[in-house]
Design a protein around this ligand. Structure first.
Ligand code: HEC
Ligand code: HEC
Length: 525
């Protein structure tokens, strides 16, 4: 695929970078393009550097150009800063249990920055936890809770909220919040409308809000298992839940349940929406609540990865093992690669589309199929047979921090998540159930996952999928893993760096109902 000529220009390129570490980013791309024009008599070409290593760099830099990578998926977007007033209000709303029907669950329950923007659990526990503020491993469902059967009540793994504003097409594993226009870099805010589960598939929800993130925030409060619970708001529809919540926070009207005992939300909304004379009815609306939450979430941009530094010109930003992993990741099978970027494509490492790949189906499921423990994935929305068991391709930025992996959290190591792609049948046959807490309902796992794999095999026969079984050596899997590791922004592993997104004693606590998250050992997160 690469001619001798392009090979030389890459060597040449390297020599330039060794001399000047200042050359970065787009300048680098511009240079690379210019240099393709160099002829073979160029006196600069012969450079005494380790030939093996520079071939590796040359190969990857060629891939970077072919796949149009810049290293940074956040450019060209209007993204808020966490210090902005609306994002600050959104943070407080994200952390308060007052948005939970029975005051026992908040957004942060399943999306804590210290837990990779998720909850570190295979499957989440929202309402009725034994210890409400205990997040992550050790969080269990109370024996007195509704529908108690020992296990988690939520059927899918909590995705990360990190980089959530970088999605342009869909949110949720099955894409049930969907931009109808799918304009790149617009996050659904392209004027063409957003479909949500409140309206039929394909239609525009006129109440959806400005972008995908805001639209999504309308829904967790309506889920009994996540936030609504089974008592105070019992029997209410989605619109009624939202109305009850705005009235509860706004201290007006006649919402179900008690009014908040402590309530200083109005002052917070006046400040965030720069409206000192606004009334609670005007300011504390569900639209403003989700707007603020959306701003907070959208400020969680974590893209400063070693990979970005590498793409933007620093050859020493990642190890040789990671570089070999990169080649496997990006190259097609004909070129000796594992073809990962056919789906995990671009700077955000996702094609924002749906595929059947054969990840384990565990837990209660979404009520599909013979046992009700299946999850038909995208098919639930489109009713198109080819979408049965298809899930959205996740981004792989910060993937080391966002486990367990897969839509049902069935892979508790990254290695396993990778291997499942390589040969799902073998992974299923050898699935190690001891990786799951005994309380995870896995009774139908083998039968349900087998159906997914059978569908994958059928899709292949019908030419509907790009994923084939691949045999890789253990070393190659380690290389892929090393590559995935350089896709993590060090900030997400650093409490100090994340502290801007976690309220502390200096932040007001308008209803005293903030989650003060602790881990299973009782330490503050
Ligand atoms: C009990 C756990 C739980 C709570 C509480 C919760 N979520 Fe989630 N969240 C999930 C799960 C599980 C999903 C995936 C659901 C699906 O795809 O069907 C999800 C999906 C999301 C997504 C989409 C992520 C993506 O990659 O598409 C966002 C954004 C999000 N939640 C934000 C919020 C906000 C905002 C709140 C509070 C209003 C909240 N969540 C409350 C568990 C929770
Ligand atoms: C055919 C498209 C496709 C290809 C090719 C592909 N993936 Fe995936 N990948 C997906 C989808 C879809 C999921 C989510 C599946 C689910 O949740 O059930 C996923 C999930 C993952 C996850 C788990 C992420 C998370 O947040 O849960 C990792 C890690 C991953 N892929 C890495 C890879 C690697 C490495 C390769 C190459 C060996 C690869 N993928 C090839 C589509 C693909």
């Amino acid at each position: 695929m690469y001619s001798n000529h392009s090979h030389k220009f890459q060597l040449n390129n390297n020599s330039l970078f060794k001399k000047s570490s200042l050359i970065k980013g787009s300048l680098f791309l511009a240079l690379s393009i210019l240099l393709t024009g160099c002829n073979d008599n160029d006196p600069e070409v012969i450079v005494p550097v380790d030939p093996v290593v520079s071939t590796l760099d040359a190969d990857i830099r060629a891939i970077i150009i072919t796949q149009n990578l810049t290293g940074d998926p956040s450019t060209g977007r209007a993204l808020p800063d966490i210090e902005e007033p609306k994002a600050q209000l959104g943070m407080k709303l994200f952390f308060t249990k007052s948005l939970g029907g029975d005051l026992d669950s908040a957004c942060v329950t399943c999306h804590h920055p210290m837990l990779g923007g998720g909850d570190d659990l295979v499957l989440p526990i929202g309402v009725d936890a034994e210890v409400v503020d205990l997040l992550g491993p050790g969080r269990i469902h109370s024996v007195n809770g509704e529908h108690f059967d020992g296990g988690p009540t939520v059927p899918r793994n909590s995705p990360t909220t990190f980089n959530i504003a970088l999605w342009d097409n869909f949110l949720f594993h099955d894409g049930r919040v969907e931009s109808l226009g799918k304009t790149p870099k617009m996050g659904g805010n392209d004027g063409l409308g957003i479909r949500t589960p409140d309206v039929p598939f394909g239609e525009r929800d006129s109440d959806a809000g400005v972008n995908l993130v805001v639209s999504q925030a309308r829904f967790p409060v309506t889920s009994k298992e996540e936030m609504k619970n089974f008592s105070t708001f019992d029997g209410t529809n989605n619109a009624e839940v939202r109305q009850n919540l705005e009235q509860r926070l706004g201290d007006y009207g006649n919402p179900l349940g008690e009014m908040l005992i402590v309530n200083y939300w109005l002052a917070e909304f006046k400040e965030a929406f720069s409206d000192p004379d606004g009334t609670a009815e005007e300011l504390i609306t569900f639209d403003n609540i989700t707007t603020a939450i959306g701003e907070y979430e959208s400020s969680q941009v974590f893209v400063e990865t070693p990979w970005k530094e590498y793409v933007q010109g620093d050859d020493s930003a990642i190890s040789d093992v990671a570089k070999r992993g990169a080649k496997l990741f990006f190259n097609s099978r004909q070129d000796g690669g594992a073809n990962c970027s056919s789906c995990h494509s671009g700077d955000f490492f996702t094609d924002e589309n749906f595929h059947v790949i054969g990840m384990a189906q565990i837990g209660r499921g979404k009520g599909d199929g013979d046992y009700g423990t299946e999850d038909f994935g995208r098919f639930r929305e489109t009713r198109d047979e080819k979408d049965k068991y298809a899930f959205r391709t996740p981004s792989l930025l910060n993937v080391t921090a966002t486990g367990p992996w897969g839509h049902a959290g069935g892979s508790t190591t990254l290695q396993q998540a990778i291997r499942t792609h390589l040969n799902p049948q073998e992974e299923l046959n050898n699935y190690d159930f001891s990786q799951l807490d005994p309380n995870i309902q896995a009774v139908d796992m083998v039968i349900n996952t087998q159906r997914v794999i059978d569908k994958l095999v059928a899709n292949r026969a019908d030419g509907l999928t790009s994923i084939e079984d691949i045999s890789l050596t253990d070393t190659q899997v380690e290389e892929l893993l090393a590559f995935l590791e350089v896709l993590t922004d060090p900030c997400v592993e650093d409490r100090e760096c994340l502290s801007k997104w976690i309220p502390d004693a200096s932040d007001t606590n308008p209803d005293t109902l903030r989650i003060n998250a602790i881990d299973g050992d009782g330490n503050y997160l």
